[in-house]
Design a protein around this ligand. Structure first.
Ligand code: GLN
Length: 312
């Protein structure tokens, strides 16, 4: 592993440049207006191992919001707060094959539970399951959990992105009201969405995502501090969802081309891991038509093929 990281230090910059050139073929997300300010050409990656050795390349200093990447960790928190049974009474375990914000299948399974916790509808239900006396406490607990996983006490909400999403989220709002009417979502819809928009707006850098991914790579224990942060069973559940649903309706293709558990967000971030070896955080704001970082996916394909990382 140490040898591999050393050889990566030399080879990574060249691979990154090759992938970066693809960013002109992608589009920065603009349906959340504030996200459209991100630099289209940027590409950065950070890879960390259990001894804390790391290699990074490209635009790693860029801060971005976690967006859908946060859904992996709110799922873990909801499982820790409620247990498996209560969570899976309200969200399913199957991929949809549809885009992340699709409403299409919400009426399909009775009583109208979302297919899985990584699509928007499912993640909104998960937000409603986070323990706390109100939206402020729920959001604060979530932020604290993200801080402990990343080892970064300075993680914060990006309030401009939060507000921008909150003002334009008609589709997510309509889903949430639909879920409430179905009896799947409990509580005040406005408050639930407030928690959801806030955890999507947590600002991070590649190194933060890499460290969070490292905890997943080591089954819930941060190998750098030795502290267990999440029960192994819940990490197993989360990683399985990452393989089957983490890259939206491109998860099958990603499993074939890269073969690692991963989760992307519309900000262009991707969190992935090599089990028992590395945590990886990446940012490339230009997206492909399915909403995944165009240059980021390409870079992970190169890494997986060159280093034989596929689990399959
Ligand atoms: N906050 C975003 C939304 O709800 C997250 C979506 C994503 O990253 N794919 O639309």
């Amino acid at each position: 592993t140490k040898d591999e990281l050393d050889s990566l230090k030399e080879r990574l910059p060249k691979w990154l440049e090759a992938s970066k050139s693809l960013s002109t073929g992608g589009k920065v997300a603009s349906y959340i207006p504030e996200l459209s300010k991100a630099p289209q050409q940027a590409l950065g990656i950070h890879i960390i191992d259990a001894s804390g050795d790391s290699v990074s390349a490209g635009d790693c200093g860029l801060s971005f919001t976690m967006q859908s990447i946060s859904k992996v960790f709110t799922l873990l928190l909801a499982l820790m707060d409620n247990g498996e049974k209560a969570v899976f009474d309200k969200v399913g375990m199957e991929p949809t094959g549809d885009s992340f914000n699709s409403m299409l299948k919400l009426e399909l399974v009775q009583p109208g539970i979302p297919f899985n916790p990584l699509i928007n509808a499912g993640a909104i239900v998960i937000s409603s399951l986070i323990a706390g006396s109100g939206p402020d406490e729920k959001a604060e607990r979530t932020l604290q959990f993200f801080r402990s996983l990343s080892g970064n006490e300075r993680l914060q909400f990006d309030l401009a992105v939060y507000q921008s999403e909150s003002e334009t989220a008609d589709l997510n709002r309509s889903m949430a009201y639909f879920l409430k009417d179905n009896g799947v979502l409990e509580g005040n819809v406005h408050d639930v969405l407030d928690v959801y928009f806030r955890h999507c707006s947590v600002q991070a850098q590649c190194a933060d995502l890499a460290r969070m991914a490292l905890v997943l790579a080591y089954d819930g224990t941060d190998p750098i501090t030795g502290v267990n942060l999440v029960p192994r069973r819940y990490v197993q559940i989360a990683k399985t969802f990452m393989v089957t649903c983490g890259m939206y309706n491109a998860s099958g293709e990603f499993a074939i081309e890269v073969g690692l558990p991963a989760k992307s967000g519309v900000s262009g971030g991707i969190l992935t891991l090599v089990p028992g070896r590395y945590g990886i955080g990446l940012i490339g704001p230009a997206l492909n038509p399915k909403g995944n970082s165009i240059s980021g996916v390409h870079l992970l394909e190169t890494l997986s093929k060159e280093l034989d990382w596929s689990l399959f």
